[in-house]
Design a protein around this ligand. Structure first.
Ligand code: GLA
Length: 399
């Protein structure tokens, strides 16, 4: 072999070794690197969800532009479960004739499919849970092509009482145990499946949800489609920012935007607050029947960008003053998202000093209004905000 050829062969061999080695070491794409986005059946359809609901929703998520804006997960909540077969394999009930075919359909639209279960014997709506069948269920989900599991404590509450009584540390350990069991079962399938913990925030789950294997954990009880519920939950997240980050998120529950119980101003506050909280954005409306007004709220890309910011810093409260709530969120490009919310039922006009946001009060700062989609005159000294009842002024400040 001529020397040049030998060298080339040697180089090629080294290159292919390097390629194999780098392939072997390539990190897996991180699951839930930004807060999961998608849709869930519960808030609008509850027990009425069917195979057709999911297909129609998937179609509408594509045609409405939701998918392209980042809403990727289509999640079936409770009431899909049927009986177990003779071998103990969970079967969907008559509303879902073929779960694998449904997953194939959802995947063919460039979307992902989520499902729901409980560590207890029964789900919250009284259907079959996963108790004693954790690995079997994880394997079934993987074989269907499931990408996301919401795992809801429900009837396991009874088991918890028996095992832990009034011992809170023991209760925490037991819950951490059941969630870890499912996380390990999912991991053994080899399929990347987002794990959503749902136990209503008990025993300060934000402190241990990540070590239990959760990609997200509900921090509260169920949201309702009214301003009182949404605002109590949303503003009640103050102080939780340090527990969230890429791969593990606080979950203040799903969106109610478009379900009719709040006006457009209140839904803009809902969307803004969830974005500031780096919350999972799981729409809960009837997507095929979505109005233009709802679409404009859910698909505001400048607001979505705050939620999905790659730095993954959850925002937090800066200060509160009566009905005024001032929140900020540092973003990857060095800018600062600022949400100036009013919980009052009347219009509120006031100044927010830049110094209170940790910004220079002397240099003019570039500001963009994320609901008006407009650059504002440079801000100096303080932000002059006119906030409608239950409303928000949401800004992106570039110091
Ligand atoms: C619980 C959960 C809800 C929903 C229902 C379904 O209440 O918190 O989000 O999943 O169960 O039964």
């Amino acid at each position: 072999m001529p020397p040049t050829f030998r060298i080339r062969t040697l180089l090629l061999t080294l290159c292919s070794f390097a390629a194999i080695a780098s392939h072997a070491q390539a990190p897996k794409p991180a699951l839930a690197a930004t807060p999961p986005m998608g849709w869930n059946s519960w808030n609008h359809f509850a027990e009425k969800v069917t195979d057709k609901t999911i297909r129609d929703t998937a179609d509408a998520m594509v045609s409405s532009g939701m998918r392209d804006a980042g809403y990727i997960y289509v999640n079936i909540d409770d009431t899909w479960e049927g009986k177990r077969d003779a071998k103990g394999n969970i079967q969907p009930n008559e509303k879902f004739p073929d779960m694998k075919a449904l997953a194939d359909y959802v995947h063919s639209k460039g979307l992902r499919l989520g499902i729901y279960s409980s560590p207890g014997a029964k789900t919250c709506a009284g259907y079959e849970g996963s108790l004693g069948h954790e690995q079997q269920d994880a394997d079934t989900y993987a074989s269907w092509g499931i990408d996301y599991l919401k795992y809801d404590l429900c009837s396991y509450t009874e088991n918890l009482k028996q095992q832990a009584g009034n011992d809170h540390e023991k209760a925490r350990q037991v819950m951490e145990g059941v969630y870890s069991t499912m996380q390990q079962a999912l991991a053994r399938t080899g399929r990347p499946i987002v794990l959503s913990l749902c136990q209503y925030g008990w025993e300060a789950v934000w402190r241990w949800g990540q070590q239990a294997g959760g990609n997200l954990w509900r921090t509260t009880g169920d949201i309702e489609d009214n301003y009182a519920s949404m605002s109590a939950i949303g503003f009640g997240q103050a102080g939780l920012s340090r527990f969230a980050g890429p791969g593990h998120w606080n979950d203040p529950d799903m969106l109610e935007i478009g379900n009719g119980g709040m006006n457009a101003t209140e839904y803009r506050s809902h969307m803004s607050l969830w974005a500031m909280l780096s919350a999972p954005l799981l729409a809960g409306n009837d997507v095929p029947a979505m109005t233009q007004e709802t679409r404009d709220i859910l698909l505001n890309r400048e607001v979505i960008a705050i939620d999905q910011d790659s730095a993954g810093h959850q925002g937090d409260r800066v200060y509160t003053e009566g009905p005024l709530e001032v929140w900020s969120k540092p973003l990857a490009d060095g800018s600062l998202a600022v949400g100036i919310f009013s919980r009052w039922r009347m219009p509120l006009t006031l100044d927010v000093p830049l110094a209170r946001l940790g910004l220079s009060a002397t240099a003019p700062i570039h500001a963009r209004d994320l609901w008006r989609h407009a650059d504002l005159p440079p801000v100096q000294g303080s932000i002059h905000a006119q906030i409608p009842p239950h409303g928000v002024v949401l800004l992106r400040l570039q110091p």
